[in-house]
Every structure is written in C-alpha cells, then in structure tokens.
Design a protein around this ligand. Structure first.
Ligand code: DSN
Length: 420
C-alpha cells in the first residue's frame, strides 16, 4: 500500500476540500442553525484509523475480535453522555439523528402504532411523521400545532391533542422552534393518554448539556439527538433513555436497524462530550443564547418580524409573510452577500416547503468563531437591509465588504494547526 499526500493522490478531491475550508473560513457567515465548527481534536479523532475496524455489538459483547481499544472509546462516550445529560443509559452508535429516531420508535413501538408529533411546518422534522419519510409511512402519526395567536406550543393545545388522539407515544423537540420546551406540560399530556414521551433534542443538545435549556429528564422516557449541532461534535446521532428501555434501545440500533458502528465518529463523539463537560462549554452555550437574543433585537428594531417575537434558544425564525420576498428568494439574496441561512416554513405558512415564507437563522457557528452581541447586532442590521433591498447591487457590494471584514477579525482554522 502506498501512502501519499491527498494533494498528490487525489488532486480533484483535495482542491474541492481546500475550497470548502476557504468558504468556511473566509467567505461566508455561517448561520444555518443546525451547523457548527468542530475543534481540531474532533477532526483528528474522526480522521483516525478507527475507521478500519468492524465492531458490531457493544463493548464487551462484540461479534469481532480486536475491539479492546474501541470498547474503551465507546465506553468513554457512553459514560460521558450519561453524565452530561443525567441519563441512565446512552447508545452512541446511531449514524444520524434520523436513524436515532428510527431506532427509538422501534425500541418501544410496533409499526402501525399511533404517535402524536409536530408537523414539519410547525418546527418538526421529517422523522416526526412526514409522509415522505419512514415515520409517516410506518406509523400512524397525528399532529399537534403551534398556537396561532401566541406562536408557542401551549400546554392546553398539547393536552387536548393527546386526549383526542390517544397516542402510544408523544414526540416533542424541534428543528425550527425558537422557544423553550415545556417538558412538564408534555409529561402531563402523555400521562393523560397513557403514552410514552420522547424528545428529539438534536438542535438544543448543547444548550441542555450546559444547563441553558431545561433537561428532558426525568419527564421524557427516551431522548434522541444529533451530536454535531449546538453540542459541536462529530456528525452523528445518539439515544439516551431510562434503564428500563436500555436493552430495547440497544437492540433497535443493532442488530435491528444498523450494522457496524462508525467507530471514528464515536471517538469524535467521545471527544465532543469531554469538551461539553468543561466550564468553557457553559460559557459558550450562554453566549449562543445572548447572541441569538442580540440578533432577535436587531432584526426586530429593523422591522423584520420574528415568529413568537423573539427567542429563548439558539435560533430565530423570521416571518416574511408581510414582506415582498419569499423564504426562497431571501435565502438566495443573503447567500449573494455571503450570509448563509436556510429558507424555512413558518407556522400556518401559505407557501410550499420549497418556497416558504420564512428564514431560520442560528447563532452556534458564529459564536464558536468568537463573535458576541455587538457583531450579532451588526449582522441583524445587514440581514434586514438585504431583505428589504434584495435587488440593490450597491447594498449587495456594501454588505459583502462588511461580511468580509468581520470574517477577517474572527479566524476559524487558519491558526489552529488544521492541515489540508
Ligand atoms: N437538517 C437538520 C436541520 O437543519 O435542522 C435537521 O436534521
């Protein structure tokens, strides 16, 4: 086997990679609420020889020999995850948030069982019952909705939906909801229907880890998450649960829905959890919320309406229904000035999911770069100006220049020793 530098061995892949690091580092303000930048130690773990090994099974009970060091790493990831989230059991093998949700459902339900979950257009995820997804295909999903007046998931609406539909399981946790989740309200709704309660904390897991969002335990029976959003770790998924579901969860992940675990990713998760246990991670998470609030204030002051008029977490959802711009055009107009966000439906959106009337804007990635309230205020002003003037080339040039200056002041990987 010949070892060569990537640049020589595969110049096409190398060039694309180099361009991507430049895009991340010096070309755009990354504000997709589900994205973040991992530190070098996580990249190192992910790019390691752990990718070479098959480890089907769990620590101490593998189907292959030679797993001693992998057992050590997976146990570290599991123990750290339980400590962070005050969970009785953790399964760190799901390849993604979607496969975590698949396994979590099948750990406690059978196909055809009834689940009460949020609609995609009300902040939910495809795996919360959308009909193009396995979840909508294999389970009998009913929805609860954001209150049209308050734009919040109100306790009485959830309880009413639970009593009406009598589900076997209720899902809470969202991809585009700027407010805190009221776990006690969901527990009460679940108890009224004699249902289990699951929370998908993919977006907020970093805030939960730092105590900046209430914990889903003890109210929830099962909790799923990704490990690469606000918690800033290796891309992947995880399931946390009470002990009484541990065996069912493990079986639902392997052998029911996955084969060999991605041990290099599990190492990246272990390193991420080690970071998340440090006091600095609490400071980081607190700053995410301050930054999201500064952004919300700035947008509001510049006449951009926000769903629920603000945020309690890491994201804001701008409602463009009264503007002369759709979510789709807004996403493009902002990309033209190197501000990267995503179009997003707002509750009761008259537009299709491909067009939408909103944009979702998140704070985790730029907070990782070190930006604070002052920068987020400025970014809010730039976003508002662009939304109001999407065709104005002078505005476009001015904002691009300001974005460029801002990026220069907050280096990402350039002095980190990350090499490509
Ligand atoms: N794709 C993720 C998001 O952007 O929220 C959800 O999986």
């Amino acid at each position: 086997m010949e070892h060569r530098n990537l640049s020589e061995a595969d110049p096409e892949v190398y060039e694309a990679l180099k361009k991507e690091i430049s895009r991340q580092e010096s070309e755009s303000l990354e504000m997709i609420a589900s994205e973040n930048f991992v530190p070098r130690q996580i990249l190192e773990a992910q790019g390691s020889v752990l990718t070479n090994k098959y480890c089907e099974g769990y620590p101490g009970k593998r189907y292959y020999a030679g797993c001693e060091h992998h057992d050590k790493i997976e146990n570290l990831a599991r123990e750290r995850a339980c400590k962070i989230f005050n969970a009785e059991h953790a399964n760190v093998q799901p390849h993604s948030g979607s496969t975590a949700n698949f396994a979590a459902y099948f750990a406690v339900l059978e196909a055809g069982d009834k689940i009460l979950g949020p609609k995609l257009s009300h902040g939910g995820h495809l795996t919360h019952g959308h009909d193009v997804n396995f979840s909508g295909d294999l389970f009998d999903f009913e929805a609860y909705y954001i209150n049209e007046k308050t734009e919040i998931f109100e306790k009485e609406d959830i309880i009413e939906a639970a009593e009406k539909h009598n589900p076997d399981l209720i899902v809470c946790g969202y991809s585009a909801y700027p407010r805190e989740i009221d776990f006690e309200a969901f527990r009460e709704a679940a108890d009224r229907a004699d249902a289990l309660l699951m929370c998908d904390i993919a977006h907020i897991s970093g805030l939960v880890a730092a105590g900046e969002h209430p914990s889903p335990f003890p109210e929830c029976d099962i909790v799923t998450t990704t490990t690469h959003k606000s918690i800033r770790g290796a891309r992947g998924g995880m399931i946390l649960c009470k002990d009484k579901y541990a065996e069912a969860v493990d079986k639902a992940v392997f052998p029911y829905s996955q084969g060999g675990p991605l041990m290099h990713q599990i190492a990246g998760k272990a390193v991420c959890f080690n970071e998340a246990l440090k006091p600095e991670f609490k400071d980081y998470s607190r700053q995410i919320k301050k930054n999201a609030q500064a952004l919300a204030r700035s947008l509001t002051e510049n006449d951009v309406r926000l769903v629920s008029d603000g945020t309690d977490n890491h994201l804001v959802l701008a409602d463009l229904r009264d503007e002369e711009i759709t979510g789709k055009r807004a996403e493009k107009a902002l990309e033209e000035v190197n501000i990267v966000v995503n179009k997003n439906t707002v509750p009761y959106d008259p537009e299709s999911p491909f067009v939408t009337s909103g944009i979702r804007i998140g704070a985790p990635a730029l907070t990782t770069r070190g930006m604070e309230e002052e920068e987020f205020k400025l970014i809010g002003e730039m976003i508002a100006e662009r939304l109001k003037n999407p065709e104005d080339t002078e505005v476009e040039e001015k904002i691009k220049e300001n974005v460029s200056k801002l990026l220069e002041d907050y280096p990402l990987y350039s002095d980190s020793g990350v090499k490509f």
